[in-house]
Design a protein around this ligand. Sequence first.
Ligand code: GMT
Length: 376
Amino acid sequence: MKIAIVCYPTFGGSGVLATELGMSLVEHGHEIHFIAYKKPVKLTGLNEKLHFHKVNVPDYPLFSFVPYELALSTKLVEIVKKYSIDLLHVHYAIPHAYAAYMAKKMLEDQSIKIPIVTTLHGTDITLVGNHPSYKTAVTFSINKSDIVTCVSNSLKEDTLNQFEIRNKIRVIPNFIDINKYILQQDLCKIENPIASDELIVSHVSNFRSVKNVLNVIEIFYNIQKELDVKLLMIGEGPDKSKAEKMCEDLKISHLVKFLGNSSQVEKNLCHSDLFLLPSSTESFGLAALEAMASKVAVISSNVGGLSEININGKTGFTSDFDNIDYMTSKSINLLKSNTLLEKFKENAFTKALDYDINKIVPLYEKAYEDALNNAR
Ligand code: GMT
């Protein structure tokens, strides 16, 4: 199949997932065309089967906001015709599903049929999409997609509760390439053959307010009072400087490393013991799954899709996002008992196997076949 994938090109989970999916589809024999305003950060190895097309959005003094949807739908029409694309797969409803529908209608006018698969990722539904300024257009674009997928059961429920959806929604969970993580575990052992006594706690996110990074710092502050421990904070975003300032105020800056964005989190996570993700909303929590694939136990909130992957009492612990005392005491219990910690790490890894790329990508291929069959 020839598939055009539209996504955000940033470090956000939806863009990362879309990129990994596209690159894996190439290995399955498909031809993939990424379309975005910038090359996706994790996209490598462009060749005759793997393309990137940039959406150019010219500015004009009249515009307070550049009309990205217009430029994107125009680009979609151009690429579909130029490369005889079979199908559009758009990640994140806003504005991608809307622009795809416009492209579909423009192509229909030229007697070209193109089905749309839309994948909902979370904030396009739970935080942004249900705002009155967008809701009507988001509902319309979901209902006009040929196939709709979302990344967790919880997101499916939220979508059905918050929007009037006539379409069926299939759940296709996010995935990781487990072999990449296994390989990295081996490399980490070679790099660091003698296990250190120092424990490592980590957090990966875009440091937006929903991630509650200040809670991460507070939990870590409590842990370091009792244990010899370091914290790795990976990512960039609006609350990063507040988190750095909090570390200075609490006089723990020497124990906390802010590493910035990473395109190889598996390298940063392979020495970690515990992962903290106290988000107030999280449709899936790809970062938690990446930690689990790296054999790291997870202390997270119980919101959205997080409790579908982080099994309370088995792969880690879950609680209300603001229950700092519970998260602290569970972290300390786990980190104090090597036997318990090792058991949780193994359980986390075993659970991550359910989300291996080889199990999940065929579900997308099936969705594409169904979309093509429905369109015929
Ligand atoms: O986490 C974010 O804020 C970024 C956002 C995105 O669209 O990139 O992440 C959402 O999609 C990820 C990939 O499906 C999910 O793993 C995240 O849980 C989800 N974020 C939220 O629901 C807050």
